[in-house]
Design a protein around this ligand. Structure first.
Ligand SMILES: [Zn+2]
Length: 1077
């Protein structure tokens, strides 16, 4: 989703000609006796847009009367429609609206038109249509349709025209209403032709209470009192646009403003307090417009831009044309509160929305099957623009690979993936197009095309596409043609088709035949081949854009390999080769053993001969190959040891996520975790010692902040003494200006030290009540009931001492009948290992000569699958020789954050408490005042790391009940809570979850996925299957598919890798103890 820009000459002309023409007038309504009672039922017809092609809207006048006091509104849609064939019914989208009157007339530019008698109006709920039947056949011509309606502002969803609020500097809550229409929710706000191809001009009039003002796509034209306490705001007429990007907001926010180079006024809204620190985001917005306006060579299409924070929001941000809405923590981004990782996201998201002002808003996909035209393009332009605006991070390569590409490939490695261009057949299917394939995979497709074509031809093609299709709709074939026209030397059309019309992507096997010739073969890449069906029109072959780096040169000029098997001649003789420079092309690479070995040695010798992005790519490719059984898991573990010299953020982020995930996967095997920690501490030792010398201010360059954070964070997780020392020292210093992410580390330190000792957190938490974490002040309640046996001795003393600080109540139980903990339901049983315990020393201790995990380079056959040894002999691979690895790296928790209180003061308080129970409670208590999303996420991570099921259930229950902004919290809690507990809770509360998230784009799918994907036994898999047989997953179906696939992989992984991992880490630790590593 995203944003807006540019008044073209066309619009100006259009406006000059139209002026205040008759269709802008609000026509008085005549009483009509023609409407019969509405009929509810209607036959089911196949879904794919349902307005007949001979009807199209030309212009809307929409009048609203909004009453925020009672949360109700009424209105009239007056729409001018063009009918090109005789017809006996006129349909228009309308859903959930209380229609009070319908009236039709012919259109006479100079007069009011003649009335068209109506026989019947049918409300077709199934198709979300109002079907208007005139008494006589309508002949071709232009007609006026008037529909009066009433509605309530939606209170329980973040879609349609809905209630929100904001808190001002005095702590008062202020009402506001806002819209979110993408992809088909405008029809829930007012009747309209709610499909992207029906572009029309809009003129909005809104009557509202005078303490508010209204914002819409166009600039305000006038604001006039209409009666005591009420005003009418009239907006200028919009250019031709689709309904899903129309918007209306009524609020009383404050604002700050600026102007683009071309004179477009840009305003950013928020509370007085929040606006003090929002200047950075306003500047980012303006600079992005300036850059893109110049780059596209097309003026920003609207006459103004407003950026409005919305507290209750279902997506990160939305590109309403001229009126971007965004999460509060993005629009009001505050560097003193939000972490460096969040800053990266906020910059990119804002650039994404601004780029939409052209891609999506000015030129719109004709139908949702071509959503790639708006979301994928913009996912490239966002990082491209960020690179032009900021010089402190490499967005188009390092960010794109670390945050987008790896995630996209993870999703796209499944047999359940889909082609980028897919034809949705229901509303649910439209919703599900807003996924990783569209954003992450699609964005990288355009990144690839950019690097194939080169900057100038790509820029020219983009300019042509925008100019030729401005204020209109387009299809991918149009853009492909523009791109092809500018790059005649490449067959881009065939290349694009293969990457958009078939799912998945290739793995390219590379083997040096001699110093100048290499064999390059391709095959479809999948994590599992089990159910793969060859159903592609291109037989799952791709055109491979080939670039490479050798010890002799770096070649960025692309040659395209079209065969399954290709011989490439190098221009200079080389010793080693690394393919796909900076991971700019959408495929992964596998080398033969000798090739990998040379790359490893080069990394150990001097890793800086590869770019940072190249190094991220090597790690990512390795981990993907392991997951696909093409490599043994011990291979990347050994490969990672080059990182003793690594000093860049991206590789560290990937590596640490990987081994954090390994630890979690093996949990609760504590001895094993201890060995992983030895390995991790060893690898990060040097880098960590360097970063703790840096200061911790949030004004430092973002790269330094990111690196410091990821290393200290991981250092604490793996108990590196330097990390702990660093945090201790910070705590003592109480330093102001400490970067928000680091503050979180300080605050959570005491708990994290216990992290792998799960039973230490045995708090007896019966229940608590916790209301809206954003509601500061006395109405917030947090009640705990600690059992009598526990509240004795030193604990009692402590609680008494701290009673002024924490709302402990050790005398009166907060609930009349606290349930005693059921030992069976309250605690997760320790994992029963029928097989050899993962925590015990390996049964057969490998001798030094045959030590398979020492990664003996001269004796490597044991580590690789046959396909790795020789890609051409893939079919020889035996199925029982498969090996698996961990994945889901991209979904690891992103720690970092902010403190609402200066973190250090808080730390002092925290240190006063001495038991884990106290830490837990206090941390929970702090949540309501936290502002940084990363911080909140991190805190949940700690809170959820308890074996107390009652506490977990209480967290889950409250996440379903909170009054505001609970969606992200609920998802955070779920993703971090014990999978068995979550799954049981989810099943029990499925209806409530569906009610909350069922209508949100990707949320339901994501929810089901995170609820199921960590389950790892056959029984659990069957349980998931049977549950969804009797409970419709609805929009969540892709999540269910992904979850089931992941469970199967987890089962395989457990079977194949647990012991290999154990062997590797136990041996590493043993050798480390002897000083060998
Ligand atoms: Zn978008």
């Amino acid at each position: 989703m995203t944003s807006w820009m540019v008044w073209s000459l066309l619009v100006v002309m259009c406006r000059a000609a139209g002026g205040e023409s008759a269709e802008d007038q609000v026509v008085e309504f005549e009483d009509s006796n023609d409407t019969d009672p509405f009929v509810d039922d209607f036959e089911d017809i196949p879904y794919r847009g349902n307005i007949p092609s001979f009807i199209s809207p030309l212009h809307y006048g929409i009048v609203l009367k909004a009453n925020l006091r009672d949360w109700v509104y009424s209105g009239r849609t007056h729409v001018l429609i063009n009918i090109t064939e005789p017809c006996d019914q006129v349909p228009i989208h309308s859903a959930g609206l209380n229609i009070s009157d319908v009236f039709m007339a012919t259109y006479e530019p100079e007069g009011r038109g003649r009335r068209v008698p109506i026989m019947q109006v049918v409300e077709d709920k199934n198709q979300e249509l109002l079907r208007i039947y005139p008494r006589r056949i309508l002949y071709s011509g232009v007609y006026q349709l008037f529909i009066d309606f009433k509605n309530e502002f939606v209170s329980d969803l973040f879609w349609g025209f809905y209630q929100s609020s904001w808190t001002d500097e005095k702590g008062w809550k202020n009402k506001m209403v806002t819209t979110q229409f993408s992809p088909y929710w405008a029809r829930h706000a007012w009747p309209c032709y709610d499909e992207p191809k029906y572009k029309a001009t809009f003129k909005f009039f809104v009557d509202h209470e005078s303490q508010y003002y209204a914002l819409s796509n166009g600039a305000q034209e006038s604001r006039e009192p209409i009666r005591s306490g009420w005003v009418r705001t009239t907006f200028e007429r919009t250019p031709e646009m689709s309904t899903y990007i129309t918007a209306m907001i009524i609020t009383n926010y404050r604002d700050i403003k600026g102007t683009t180079k071309s004179g477009i006024p840009v305003k950013l809204y928020g509370s007085h307090e929040k606006l003090q620190t929002s200047r950075r985001m306003l500047d980012t917005t303006i600079k992005t417009i300036d850059f893109l306006e110049e780059y596209f060579g097309v003026e920003y299409p609207m006459s103004k831009l407003d950026v409005v924070p919305v507290r209750r929001f279902g997506v990160a941000a939305m590109e309403n044309w001229g009126l971007i809405t965004a999460r509060e923590d993005i629009a009001n981004f505050d560097p003193t509160v939000h972490s460096a990782q969040w800053e990266l996201q906020a910059r990119v998201i804002m650039a994404h929305e601004v780029a939409h002002m052209w891609f999506g808003d000015l030129v719109t996909p004709k139908w949702w099957d071509n959503i790639i035209l708006k979301e994928s393009t913009v996912s490239w332009f966002m990082v491209f623009a960020a690179d032009a605006i900021f010089d402190d991070f490499n967005f188009s390569d390092e960010y794109m690979v670390t945050y987008e590409l790896i995630r996209g490939m993870d999703k796209d490695s499944s047999v359940n993936s889909r082609p980028a261009i897919a034809n949705p057949e229901s509303q649910d299917e439209i919703m599900n197009l807003f996924d990783e394939i569209t954003y992450q995979r699609g964005g990288n497709l355009f990144r690839m095309i950019y690097h194939i074509m080169g900057p100038a031809p790509f820029k020219a093609a983009i300019h042509n596409y925008l100019s030729e299709n401005a204020f209109n709709t387009a299809q991918m074939t149009d853009l492909t043609q523009n791109l092809q026209d500018e790059a005649p030397e490449y067959d881009l059309k065939s290349l694009i088709e293969r990457y958009t019309l078939q799912k998945n992507f290739p793995v390219v096997h590379v083997k040096m035949l001699n110093r100048t010739h290499i064999l390059v073969t391709q095959e479809r890449f999948l994590f599992t081949n089990k159910e793969a069906v060859d159903d592609s029109p291109y037989n799952y072959t791709w055109h491979i854009p080939f670039t490479y780096t050798t010890d002799a040169e770096r070649v960025d000029k692309v040659q395209i390999l079209t065969e399954r098997e290709n011989i490439v001649e190098l221009s200079k003789p080389a010793t080693w080769i690394k393919v796909n420079n900076d991971f700019r092309m959408y495929y992964i690479t596998n080398y033969d053993l000798v090739g990998w070995k040379k790359l490893y040695h080069q990394l150990v010798e001097d890793h800086t001969v590869f770019t940072t992005t190249d190094r991220i790519q090597l790690l990512s490719d390795l981990l993907n190959l392991v997951t696909a059984d093409k490599l043994d898991i011990t291979f990347p573990l050994q490969f990672l040891t080059y990182m003793k010299k690594e000093t860049e953020f991206g590789p560290w982020k990937l590596a640490t996520e990987h081994w954090n995930h390994l630890i979690n996967r093996m949990s609760p095997a504590e001895k094993f975790a201890a060995k992983v920690k030895i390995y991790a501490r060893d690898l990060m030792d040097e880098a960590l010692k360097e970063v703790v010398k840096l200061n911790t201010s949030y004004n430092k360059p973002i790269k330094e902040r990111l690196l410091q954070f990821v290393l200290v964070d991981t250092g604490m997780t793996v108990d590196h003494p330097v990390a702990h020392e660093f945090i201790d020292k910070l705590g003592e210093l109480s330093r102001d200006g400490t970067a928000p992410g680091i503050r979180t580390l300080v605050r959570t330190d005491p708990l994290r030290r216990k992290r792998f000792n799960l039973n230490l957190l045995d708090i007896n938490l019966h229940s608590y009540h916790w209301e809206g974490r954003h509601n500061k002040g006395p109405q917030k309640q947090l009640l705990f009931n600690i059992s009598d046996e526990e509240v004795t001795g030193p604990t009692q003393e402590m609680i008494t001492k701290s009673s002024g600080i924490f709302p402990f109540n050790d005398t009166t139980p907060p609930y009349p009948n606290p349930q005693p903990l059921d030992p069976d339901s309250g605690w997760i049983p320790e994992e029963k290992n029928t097989e050899e315990s993962i925590d015990s020393e390996p049964a057969t201790k490998p001798g030094p000569a045959t030590d398979m995990i020492s990664f003996d380079w001269d004796n490597m056959s044991d580590l690789t699958s046959p396909s790795f040894q020789d890609p051409l002999e893939r079919e020889k691979r035996s199925s029982n020789n498969r090996r698996h690895s961990s994945r889901r790296r991209s979904q690891q928790h992103a720690t970092s954050g902010e403190g609402t209180e200066p973190g250090i003061v808080y730390l002092q308080k925290l240190r006063r408490a001495k038991t884990d129970k106290k830490y837990w409670t206090e941390l929970l208590h702090t949540l309501p005042s936290m502002k940084n999303p990363d911080d909140i996420r991190d805190t949940y991570w700690i809170l959820c790391d308890t074996n107390n099921v009652t506490a977990l259930k209480a967290l889950l229950e409250n996440s379903l009940q909170g009054s505001e902004d609970t969606q992200q919290e609920a998802l955070d809690i779920i993703s971090k809570t014990k999978p068995e507990v979550v799954w049981k809770f989810f099943k029990k509360n499925y209806d409530r979850y569906y009610q909350l998230y069922g209508k949100s784009q990707f949320t339901m799918a994501y929810l089901i996925q995170i609820v199921t994907e960590m389950l790892n036994t056959s029984d659990m898999k069957n349980d998931v299957k049977s549950f969804f047989k009797s409970n419709d997953p609805g929009t969540g179906e892709p999540g269910m598919m992904a979850g089931l696939e992941q469970i199967a992989e987890n089962i395989r992984w457990k079977k194949n890798h647990r012991h290999k991992c154990r062997n590797f880490f136990f041996t590493y630790a043993r050798k480390h103890a002897k000083g060998k590593n």
